[in-house]
Ligand binder design. Structure first.
Ligand code: NAP
Ligand code: G3H
Length: 508
């Protein structure tokens, strides 16, 4: 199954040996910094390749290129822009196995999930291409609001914002960067992508994909380099007209502070809580909690990050989740093991800190708390209390804390006390009660009898509080990445066509 991209002619252009290049104006380039960043497989430490550490001058240059090419793309008919995205979708499908393989090696996601991430991106490209009606615009007449504005007619159509900076996270480097690129391009913007460093190689393939799909040079460009070195410079650059960012709340907040009045779309961290009521279907709840907490080792913004069970079902739920967690296979992502490596040893240390803190303060370990290199065994913690860090901090790892509750009110309070507000879950057969609890939860989305998740990708996806700003989802993103442009016709002649109303004759 494992395939290497070397030897696939379409991709050879991207690199020289193991050194991947950045992409500007349809050209693959080596940074003048002379520096590269090594990208290693988090499972076995093998070097996958090196990416360019671009300089600030190169950032300036690439943004200037993108700016110069807005007009040519904006004036390309929307139908043709949509066709480019459709062709890109086909190529992404065609190359999904190659790309999935690279992604698996780059971020340690199991192979089947890595390929699904690629295919899901093709679906987004295609669906975005199909959503060009979002750019239709509208015509309004003035006298709907003001009787003396009958001669005013506005034509409102949608235009691009300009240069959009698309920054994605390591855990979905292809999909979450692609879900920004597609709507940006459909709306007629040019794009500067800054991929997550751990994910850069996979995301770099957008250069080949979009070029092969027929996108004119200069409309899509990308720089690589550490966010800590070029991130602030990129996001506060005056010629960036909008930023679509997915990543941690701390980076999101930093971007917001540095960018003043630039439009932002921020999808950030989460601490999604599953409230499990007395009458929940336990079979289904266990499945949702295990898959929600442990898929991709818990490295999902929408992972189930806390479970709040009522007393009558808590024991059975904890036991059954523990049993299932212990059945998960552990090891090589290439062999599709359920649990693989965490992205870095630094992140493993952080997760371990949270486990240690909980155990020191009296949480009960049900399984896990074992680490080998970057792999952390699925860990279930019971009797977690509010003084423990893991009750509030985003673990982003395969650890699930159970915070036992006494009432739905307590569950709502604990859910809402979080700084995050991405999603919430309610497991119950009492749909009235579920709806009432849903009204109280301060989150973007509430899942009733299901695990938290982003898709399907045309659903609105958003977070409140530290979880984000603005709304993702295909149509929402197209709207966010374009603006209305209004042309008002002030007619002088229109009054002449007004017919006098004939007074109704009195009937005898
Ligand atoms: P991160 O450390 O915030 O990095 C995200 C992206 O920001 C990367 O491309 C990173 O580049 C870049 N970056 C770093 N510093 C920057 C700066 N000063 N200015 C501009 N960009 C900068 O997050 P992550 O570790 O990749 O992802 C995990 C986090 O993302 C979790 O908190 C997770 O919940 C959240 N997430 C949220 C969603 C959602 O939709 N709500 C989806 C996925 C992930 P480098 O890689 O070079 O540092
Ligand atoms: O990591 C954050 C992603 O937006 C989660 O997407 O729910 O499809 O895994 P997902």
């Amino acid at each position: 199954m494992q395939k290497d991209l070397r030897g696939v002619p379409e991709f050879d252009i991207m690199r020289q040996g193991k050194d991947y290049k950045y992409y500007e104006m349809g050209e693959w380039k080596v940074s003048s910094s002379g520096k590269t960043i090594p990208i290693s497989n988090p499972y076995n430490g093998e070097l996958l390749g090196n990416v360019q550490a671009c300089t600030k001058d190169e950032v300036d240059h690439i943004i200037a290129t993108a700016k110069e090419n807005v007009e040519c793309w904006e004036t390309t008919p929307i139908k043709e822009r949509s066709d480019v995205l459709k062709r890109a979708a086909k190529l992404i499908y065609k190359w999904s196995e190659h790309l999935g393989n690279i992604l698996m090696q780059e971020n340690g996601k199991k192979l089947s999930s890595a390929i699904s991430e690629i295919e899901r991106t093709a679906l987004i490209f295609n669906a975005t291409a199909e959503s060009r009606d979002q750019l239709l615009g509208e015509t309004l007449v003035g006298d709907v609001l003001e009787a003396d504005s009958r001669e005013k007619i506005s034509m409102t159509y949608r235009v691009p914002l300009g240069v959009i900076l698309c920054i994605g996270p390591f855990n979905y480097p292809f999909n979450l960067t692609g879900s920004k690129i597609a709507p940006a391009l459909l709306a007629g913007n040019s794009v500067v992508m800054k991929p997550p460093t751990e994910g850069s190689i996979t995301a770099s393939h957008f250069g080949v994909i979009l070029e092969t799909a027929g996108l004119p040079p200069g409309v899509f460009n990308f720089v690589t380099g550490r966010g800590s070195e070029i991130g602030d410079y990129l996001s506060s650059h005056p010629d960036i007209n909008m930023i679509s960012f997915t990543g941690s709340s701390s980076t999101g907040q930093r971007i917001a502070e540095k960018t003043g009045m630039k439009p932002l779309l921020l999808e950030l961290g989460g601490k999604d809580a599953a409230i499990v009521l007395d009458d929940a279907d336990l079979e289904m709840t266990v499945r949702a909690v295990v898959s929600g907490a442990f898929s991709y080792n818990g490295q999902r913004c929408t992972a189930v990050k806390r479970v709040l069970p009522m007393p009558s079902i808590a024991n059975e739920l904890v036991e059954r989740v523990t049993e299932e967690a212990q059945k998960l296979t552990i090891g090589n992502p290439a062999e599709n093991k359920d649990i693989g490596p965490i992205i870095s040893s630094k992140q493993c240390d952080y997760i371990q800190e949270l486990i240690d803190d909980a155990l020191e303060k009296g949480a009960k370990l049900k399984c896990g708390n074992k680490r080998e290199k970057n792999i952390i065994w699925p860990t279930v913690l019971d009797y977690v209390t509010e003084d423990m860090r893991i009750a509030w901090e985003e673990q982003f790892g395969p650890v699930i804390p159970f915070i036992r509750i006494q009432s739905a009110d307590e569950a709502i309070r604990i859910s809402n006390q979080s700084q995050y507000g991405l999603q919430g879950m309610i497991f119950t057969n009492d749909i009235d009660l579920a709806f009432n609890i849903a009204q109280e939860l301060e989150v973007g989305t509430i899942q009733i009898n299901g695990k938290s998740s982003r898709g399907p990708d045309h659903f609105p996806f958003l977070g409140t509080k530290s979880s984000g700003m603005g709304t993702q989802g295909i149509n929402y993103a197209i709207k966010n990445m374009s603006r209305p442009k209004v042309v008002v016709m002030n007619l002088t002649e229109r009054g002449k066509l007004v017919h006098e109303c004939v007074a109704k004759e009195d009937t005898p």
